[in-house]
Design a protein around this ligand. Sequence first.
Ligand code: HSE
Length: 308
Amino acid sequence: MKVSVKVPATSANLGPGFDCFGLALPIYNTITIEELVDPNEEIQINVFSDEFDVNEFHIPTDKTNIVYKAVDLLFSYIGQTPQSMRINIYSDIPLARGFGSSASVIIGGLVATNELLGRPADNDTIISIANEIEGHPDNIAPALLGGFVLSSVESDGSVTTRKLPWCEDWKITMCIPDFELHTSISRSVLPEMVSLKDAAYNAKRTAMMVEAVHMRDEKLFKLGMQDKLHQPYRMKLVPGLEDIMKNLKHIDNVLGTALSGAGPGIIVVTSDSNTDVIKNIITETWNNYGVNATLKTVQIEDRGAEII
Ligand code: HSE
């Protein structure tokens, strides 16, 4: 038996919602898991991409691969160990750019395995297993559920998630630079402790964002999409980020600019799809720093992982 699952890219944080907000975007990875008939065959893992040279990324194709780890955890959940299988990963989501490529393959592996096993795990269980590997749920939750999602890891390891509304007029411009930044490095520059003032600042902004998406309140959204917990520390890792944010701040239809997840990608939320001015500003600003980027304006993807 063989199951294929298509999973969207994601953008986490959206400014103030560090490790909490995430939304799904219409670029996809597809994970196919095939049970092999001969139980003596090794686990096979293959990675393909039409978008980039997979060899450049040295993606492990042994049991250290994160898709295999996810599969193994789900088998453990039902008290079994994985049998011979072939895992094919078709990757269109750019790697190490802040668009949830690892969350998407973990979710793809879990949803495909769950289907092969007769669906022993519900969505909450899938998210909590995925979180064991990823460490934070903000990319995982929208990769599975689609749309704009808030998520929180509880002390027992369970993950609370809620899908929030999103105004269909609000578009996302994905800005994908030509350099990589690994999440571990981007997290290593964050402080252990922050001031009460900064924590309160983000609590207020996050609350504003929740109300803004419910009320489709653009003014409130614009106020909300600001952050003092992670972006200020990460500016030094993403040349041009500070200038791009400054240069887009007063453009009419811009509702907010944020580092996408741990970066180095950036997202710009706009109130319509008229983004030529915005794209020119980003291209020119990044050019000053010798950075080339692919820019793409999209609608958020309301569907999450799908068996195809
Ligand atoms: N919330 C995470 C971070 C997303 O900002 O580090 C990256 O996967």
